[in-house]
Every structure is written in C-alpha cells, then in structure tokens.
Ligand binder design. Structure first.
Ligand code: GDP
Length: 472
C-alpha cells in the first residue's frame, strides 16, 4: 500500500528499508514513523491520517454559514468523588419540564436533556467524571461543549478536582464551576473560589473570566442559575450545527441486549438522524430500526445535540466512536469492513513503534517540537520539584508542557489523557495500576519510570537535544 501511495516500486522500498536496518517483507505493517522516514528518503510529502481522524475530517461535513442554526450545549460534569456529581445530575434532571409531561419516567441512556419553560434546552452526558470524558477524547471524539466542575463547599479543592481541571483544560473546553453543598453547615464557597483561583480559574466576580455558581443538589438552590450560566456560556461559544444534513455524531454508550440486540446511544452533532438511515460507527454498521429519547419515548428523528438510543446496529461500537449516515446499507457495510481492516493494521503498526517516545521527540529536521508530559508521583513534593526543574531547562528546540501532574499510580485515565494529548507518561516511584499497562501498549503510549528526579531531568535534557538512545 505504501508503495502504491508513494508511486515507488515495492523492491525499492524494501531495499531502502533494509539500508535503514529494517528487514521488511511484502505484507509487513509499518509504523507511522517508518512510513514518514521512507517518504522523506524518497523526497515525498505525505500526511498520515488515522482511521479515527479520517472519519472526523470528511470534507463533505463542512456547512455553509446560512445552513447553521443554534444548538443546545452538551455538558459533562466532573469533580472529586463525593462532591455531588451524581446528585447534581439527578437534581438537574428533575427540573426538566419535558420529562414531567412524560410522567417523570426517564431512561438511563447515557445522556439526557433539560427543557426550560422558555424553550431553551441543555444536554447532559450522565456518565460523570473525567475518566469517561478523556476515554472518549482518546478515540478522537469531541462530544462535550462545556465542562462543569463540581466542588463541595464543605471540602474544597481535592486531588480529583485538580485532575478534572487538567483534563478539561487539555481538551480546551470552557469550564463552569458549580460550588455544591452550599446548604451544609461549614460550607465555605469563598474558600472554593480562592482555591480554584490558584488553579488558574478566577471567578468573574473577582475580575476573572470563570463563571462560579453556588448550588445545592439537596435543596435545589441555584440550579436555575447554573442552567442559565451554561446557556450564557453556550451563547458566547456560538454553538451551531446544520440540522438538514445527513446525521453524524458520537457513540455515547452501548450495550448488547439479549432481546433487542445492539442498543447504542448516539449523540447527534450534525444533521438529523431518521428511522431507516444506514449508519456506520467505526467497524460497525446498521440500519436505524427504532429510536427512543431519554424519556423512553419512541421518536422518528433526532437533531443536533440530541441523544437517542438507536436499535439496528449489527454489533456494538465503543463509546467515543464517530457515527455517520451514508447512502445505503451496502455502503455502510463496506465502509465498516474497510474500517475494521484499517484498525487492525493500525494496531499492528502501533505495536511495532511507539506513537511518540522520548527518544524521538528531537526533530532531526529542525523546527520547534513540543513535548507533552503526564506526570505521576507518590508524593506531591516530587511533582513540585520536578516541575521546578523542567522550568529551568532550555526550551528553544523542544517546548515542554505538562498536561497533568498528579499523585498516585498510573491509571487508565492517565493513559487515555496521554493518548489524547500525544503525551509521554513519567512516573516517580509509582507503577501502572489496573489495565493501564495493556492500554498503554494498545494506544502506543510510552511510560517511563523513575525513582529519582535528577535521572528523569537528565534523560529529558538528553532527549531534547536528540541524544537519548531509544529504550529497548
Ligand atoms: P459523586 O461521587 O460526586 O457522584 O457524589 P454523590 O452525588 O454520590 O454525593 C455524595 C454525597 O453527598 C451523597 O451522600 C449525597 O447525598 C451528598 N450530597 C450531594 N450533594 C449535596 C448537597 O448539595 N448538599 C448536601 N447536604 N449533601 C449533598
């Protein structure tokens, strides 16, 4: 395939690979780095697009300005455990006037909407937390428009609050802070504001540009203000979509139901999804047989920012997968088949070469390179010391930015963040926990472990000058 794309004979490519020390066969899968090197050797300009990026970058998905209409904002709630994410999602759900009409019955489909009296609508993804948020991002999905960070007024900023802020910032989504549990005795909403300011989120009322809203999931105080604030933020962001196009969106949740087959919640982001549409999501396809909304009501169509449960997929796509409608079943099936093949090849290639590794960050061809890091340590002192040392490194050639610095073992959420931000993970006296190691292998994320800081800084300095030998 590489030979065909470059317009160069297969033997020549194999010869070139051998001269570069790579013993290649005709059907071997090559990593992105190797393909880039071959292209450079033959003086060809190439751009490598992964299957996920390809699906998101279809040029026919561009809309003319006059076709765009405002759409509801899509919200994710994040924050420290027990600060009230679930309670807040439940309390907000109860303010929905549409669910009231449906008899108050709501289904769990992974997302819901809130309709206000004045007709305005807000969509909430109801799997709270930054883990789900970043796992979706690692697959290339950009489903959230605004992140609400919940901080309990009686507890203040805690480690996962910091993480949530880091994850939201890495995704470049606007943040609204909900100061929860203000009903409690000992609540100190102003202390939360001070602590959040230290994380770079300064309240508007203190001259900054972050919106803070005091709420209580228990007494329902402030919920209207929060919805109002989200709508205001949405207006500033000018969120729009073309409702008349063929539908596309993101898979939010999916499961296999013994009676109904694949049950897939799709958040429509563009166009309108209809019964009978042929749809592809990654390596999965189907024809929309039936749809229901978050109240469980059967619907025939779903427009921008609407989550719907779709029946009709052949198999179960993963959350974060990009879904889009195509002309007919045949096209859907063949696209899904092609995607399955490409994903398999990409995975093989990824196993061969890391997506990004410390040894290869130095750009031999010159130009400024960026190095993103996810840092995890056993104690916060190490993190601070490390960050101080990094600040002292000369950054003319390679600019270092820290996507996340946290205390504790290396989790799957850290790996997903690294994959989504093209970052390397550095651990100080900590190890991967759970399935983090396997996920890192699958995603091509490099994890480097250190027991002393100076060693890490030494390696960083070497890497930044192109002097670090690859780890074997
Ligand atoms: P999560 O882990 O962030 O999803 O937090 P939960 O929603 O499970 O809430 C944790 C605990 O805090 C529960 O016992 C809730 O009842 C309580 N809680 C949540 N919100 C409030 C609130 O506004 N006021 C009070 N007093 N308690 C709350």
């Amino acid at each position: 395939d590489v030979a065909e794309y470059l317009g160069i004979g297969v033997p020549e490519i194999i010869k070139k690979l051998m001269s570069l020390g790579e013993m290649a066969t005709l059907t071997q899968t090559l990593s992105d780095d190797v393909i880039q090197v071959i292209a450079d050797e033959f003086d060809k300009e190439i751009e490598i697009v992964t299957a996920a990026e390809d699906a998101n970058a279809d040029p026919t998905f561009e809309d003319a300005d006059e076709d765009l209409e405002p759409r509801p904002p899509v919200i994710t709630i994040m924050g420290h455990v027990d600060h009230g994410k679930t309670s807040l999602l439940d309390a907000i759900r109860q303010t929905d006037v549409a669910a009231g009409e449906a008899g108050g019955i709501t289904q769990h489909i992974g997302a819901y909407q809130v309709h206000q009296d004045d007709g305005r609508v807000t969509t909430f993804l109801d799997t709270p937390g930054h883990e789900a948020f970043t796992a979706m991002r690692a697959r290339g999905a950009q489903a959230t428009d605004i992140a609400v960070i919940v901080v309990a007024a009686d507890d203040g900023v805690r480690p996962q609050t910091r993480e949530a802020v880091d994850h939201a910032k890495a995704a470049d989504v606007p943040i609204v802070v909900a100061v929860n549990k203000v009903d409690k005795e000992g609540a100190q909403p102003d202390r939360v504001r001070t602590e959040m300011t230290q994380l770079g989120l300064q309240p508007e009322e203190w001259g900054g540009d972050t919106m803070f809203v005091d709420v209580s999931a228990k007494t329902k105080q402030g919920l209207e203000d929060l919805l109002e604030g989200l709508q205001l933020t949405a207006e500033i962001e000018e969120l729009t979509a073309n409702p008349d196009a063929d539908a596309s969106g993101t898979v939010i949740e999916s499961k296999l139901d013994p009676g109904r087959g694949a049950v897939v919640t799709v958040l429509v982001q563009r166009g309108t999804l209809k019964i009978g549409d042929a749809i592809v999501a990654g390596a999965h396809w189907g024809r929309v047989r039936a749809m229901s909304d978050y109240t469980g009501k059967r619907v025939k169509t779903a427009g921008p920012s609407e989550p719907v449960e779709v029946l009709g997929f052949d198999t179960v796509p993963e959350a974060g997968e990009f879904a889009h409608v195509v002309e007919n079943d045949r096209k859907a099936r063949s696209l899904a088949g092609e995607r399955a093949n490409r994903l398999k090849l990409e995975q093989q290639a990824r196993r061969r070469g890391n997506k990004r590794s410390l040894a290869t960050i130095f750009d031999q061809r010159g130009g400024l390179n960026e190095l993103n890091l996810v840092l995890k340590a056993d104690v916060s002192g190490s993190l601070e010391a490390f960050e101080d040392e990094i600040a002292k490194l000369p950054q003319e050639e390679v600019q270092v930015s820290i996507v996340l610095a946290g205390v504790g073992g290396i989790t799957e959420s850290d790996i997903n963040l690294a994959a989504a931000s093209d970052a390397i993970v550095m651990g100080f006296n900590v190890r991967p926990v759970g399935d983090a190691r396997q996920l890192a292998d699958r995603e091509g994320v490099e994890i480097r472990n250190y027991s002393v800081i100076y060693r890490a800084i030494e390696e960083l300095r070497d890497a930044m000058q192109g002097m670090l030998a690859p780890e074997t």
